[in-house]
Ligand binder design. Structure first.
Ligand SMILES: [Fe+2]
Length: 333
């Protein structure tokens, strides 16, 4: 009896260990239910279970800092260049060596130190009320500063990372002197209070409270798809969208937690999400763009023809403090 019990106990504990090893815990700053479909596809393919903990970007980083080595996070997913790189600089990630990621994620969409990798892309686009502004007048970010748009430009507030990254992008392309002049012109065109979110801004443009606004493209696609209800769908169809050429592209990115308990599964999940199929899977339902190509949703009509500018995600994050400083100086509230 004893002879039998021993191997049984050993194999039971091995089984338990194996079961524990087959789970990867994800802390995500993305608030999209549809991401769960991608995690399920990963689980179906690999047998590794994904346990998801969602929180908004900043609180998630604060939480990781607080938890330190006690964290349960294996994979961390965040949106925006500055946010992901600030977390990297805070020592929350570990660098990973994955030939698959290095070949499948374009260099500009990953950390030169291999601490984070892009999984989906978004464009900061211009939306226009055609009754107030002729879309041919505003084809670039630079034209948002044109005196013709006096009183017609609406912006999200300065705290928002998306606009900080847009200003960082302009700093990288045009340098400080031109960016300062651009910000001065842009802010002098603003007459409405600064908006708390991209959707509120799209509504205001559609309702004619503003002539022009700047938003991430997928918010408009979501409205047009009816995800926020028929009222927003109608408003979404009343505005025009311009994908500036060249376009400022930002990312959602994934990283392995410094204290990951299951590093190999974490790397596998990131490889899955950043692969051509995985990236299409994560980007499709949220109307983001995959790392390469644009996806095929009809609600992306008018948004799929864009040429990304040459600014890398790590450049955007390096210029973030300067961008915030110049925005404050220009009176961006
Ligand atoms: Fe967003």
């Amino acid at each position: 009896m004893k002879l039998l019990a021993f191997p049984l106990l050993v194999s039971l504990s091995l089984l338990t260990a194996a079961a524990q090893a087959e789970e990867v815990r994800v802390y995500s700053g993305r608030h999209y239910n549809t991401d769960r479909q991608s995690y399920k596809a990963f689980s179906d393919q690999t047998g590794i279970k994904v346990r998801l903990i969602e929180a908004s970007g900043i609180s998630l980083v604060e939480r990781l800092k607080r938890e330190g080595s006690n964290t349960k996070a294996d994979v961390i997913i965040l949106v925006d260049a500055a946010r992901i790189n600030n977390a990297a600089k805070a020592g929350l990630f570990q660098s990973i060596n994955s030939p698959k990621l290095n070949s499948e994620v374009p260099a500009r969409y990953r950390d030169p130190g291999n601490r984070w990798f892009g999984i989906a892309r978004r464009v900061r686009a211009i939306i226009i009320n055609p009754n107030q502004v002729n879309p041919s007048q505003v084809q670039t970010y630079a034209q948002l500063a044109s005196p013709d748009l006096k009183g017609k430009v609406c912006l999200r507030n300065r705290k928002n990372v998306y606009n900080q990254s847009l200003v960082a992008d302009q700093l990288a392309i045009r340098g400080e002197v031109k960016t300062k002049a651009w910000l001065k012109g842009l802010i002098s065109n603003v007459s409405q209070p600064y908006f708390p979110g991209d959707i509120a801004l799209i509504r205001a443009v559609a309702q004619g409270k503003c002539g022009v606004g700047v938003v991430n493209h997928y918010y408009l696609a979501r409205m047009r798809a009816g995800i926020n209800g028929t009222k927003d769908q109608k408003l979404g169809n009343q505005v025009k969208i311009v994908m500036p050429n060249p376009a400022h592209v930002n990312i959602s990115a994934a990283a392995v937690s410094k204290y990951a308990k299951n590093k190999s599964a974490a790397v596998k999940l990131i490889e899955f999400l950043a692969s051509p199929n995985g990236s299409r899977g994560i980007a499709g339902p949220t109307f983001e763009f995959p790392l390469t190509g644009v996806g095929g949703s009809t609600y992306l009509k008018g948004m799929t023809k864009f040429t990304p500018d040459n600014v890398s995600i790590s450049q955007l994050s390096a210029l973030n403090p300067k961008a915030i400083q110049l925005m404050a100086q220009a009176g961006w509230q």
